[in-house]
Design a protein around this ligand. Structure first.
Ligand SMILES: *Cc1c(COP(=O)(O)O)cnc(C)c1O
Length: 417
């Protein structure tokens, strides 16, 4: 293996070639189109300094909160939106939508296995939809989208009230759905069952394309503010955007019927949410460039990656099949070491339900706890030892961290022969 002669110099060369490939992705138009969307929304809503003031108590007449909802609605091409620090995570945002929309006797149809934390929401845990008499069915994921479309079309039934689609790969070995593909799938569902509400789990997808699912027929989307749309600044929260009547149902569930979205104080004020949204198109493109670099680099080193470096993307996640347990742990350890926060912490595999005996290893040295628009990496400690990388806010940082991770792998003899 010729690496062993001068791994440093050779890796540097391969990294440079990968960086040239990443640059050739040319995501300037994507960034500009989405920034333009965000700016137009800010300007139409005449965002001003006073929108950043906090509120207390009931939070009546919190003008920042109301304006942020309207800005999000415009950005997502939706009638209405609900953007709240009181939504504690993406899971909570999606659960709030599900509980708001579904009634006893109705059915939730999931297309592909839903994200892990949602499984307990749907059934199996105390307080789940199942306990409220909501049934669920699964249409297994199929990479052949024409076949998937046909399977979904056949699966919708009179009792089906909500269809849940997931845009991103999440942490599963499927690919992300492009917005245009979501649009075709949604059209097929609506044709077969016009009464159905289509909810899209939009986590990790925001601003990776010039359109959002709400612009191609999704009735409601939900996501996390410590991922893409928070722009690295939002300290916590989740959002929903879509049809006004559906957002209202979710609001009634988040607070109480009659209170809806009119209450809910936030003493620190929403400045970081506005500024984060303004920065989100830029940071999302930084992440996408980091993902393309990582894919190009690890492909050149002989690893299998998904997506490939030049594939069109619809989320910010880059997976690499590392094939060996020790390679996965080493990769995670290097990402942690290269982080601005907790760089001396060593990630250890920890149990997580559904991930086998050894659980998952997670590297995240982030400013906002668990924020995965920031540089972070996770992987279930099981065959074939896939790492899922979130490339972070700063492309140069991703390049440094990933190059170092490869150098350490080379040093330990973990590169493919
Ligand atoms: C992150 C994520 C969620 C929600 O996760 P939280 O950790 O609760 O914010 C749901 N679905 C997908 C696809 C995700 O990536």
């Amino acid at each position: 293996m010729y690496f062993l002669k001068d791994p440093g110099a050779l890796l540097e060369e391969i990294a440079l070639a990968a960086a040239a490939r990443a640059d050739s992705r040319d995501l300037k138009d994507l960034e500009e189109t989405n920034l333009h969307k965000v700016l137009a929304a800010f300007q139409a809503e005449e965002i001003s300094d006073f929108h950043f003031a906090g509120s207390t108590g009931y939070g009546y007449d919190d003008r920042g909160r109301a304006a942020l909802d309207r800005v999000y609605a415009r950005v997502f091409g939706a009638e209405s939106a609900l953007v709240r620090p009181h939504l504690v995570s993406g899971t909570h945002a999606i659960a709030t939508a599900l509980f708001g929309l579904l009634r006893p006797g109705q059915e939730l149809l999931c297309v592909g296995q839903p994200y892990d934390t949602l499984k307990g929401v749907i059934g199996g845990l105390p307080g789940s939809l199942e306990e409220w008499g909501v049934s669920r069915r699964l249409v297994p994921w199929n990479e052949d989208l024409a076949a998937l479309e046909e399977e979904v079309r056949r699966a919708v039934a009179p009792q089906t009230e909500v269809v849940l689609l997931q845009r991103s790969r999440g942490y599963s070995p499927r690919r992300a759905l492009r917005v245009a593909e979501l649009g075709r799938l949604i059209a097929a569902i609506k044709e077969a069952a016009p009464w159905v509400t289509v909810l899209v789990d939009n986590c990790y997808g925001e601003f990776t394309e010039v359109k959002e699912p709400t612009e191609v027929g999704a009735d409601l989307v939900a996501g996390s503010l410590i991922k893409n749309p928070g722009g690295g600044l939002a300290p916590t929260g989740g959002y929903l955007a879509g049809r006004a009547d559906l957002v209202e149902l979710a609001q009634a569930r988040l607070t109480a019927p009659g209170l809806g979205g009119e209450l809910g104080a936030y003493p620190p004020g929403y400045r970081l949410y506005f500024q984060g949204l303004f920065l989100a198109p830029h940071f999302t493109v930084q992440a996408l460039t980091g993902a393309a670099f990582t894919a190009a680099f690890f492909e050149a080193l002989g690893f299998e990656t998904s997506p490939r470096w030049d594939e069109e993307r619809s989320d910010i996640i880059q997976s690499i099949v590392l094939k060996r347990r020790e390679a996965l742990l080493s990769f995670a350890a290097t990402i942690q070491k290269a982080s601005p926060v907790d760089s001396r912490h060593r990630p250890e595999p920890g149990p997580l339900p559904g991930y086998g005996d050894e659980g998952v290893v997670m590297a995240a040295g982030t400013f906002v706890q668990g924020a995965s628009l920031e540089l972070s990496a996770d992987g279930p400690v099981r065959e074939p030892y896939i790492v899922y990388l979130q490339p972070g806010l700063v492309y140069a940082h991703c390049r440094m961290a990933v190059t170092e991770a490869a150098r350490v792998l080379a040093q330990k003899g973990f590169l493919p022969a």
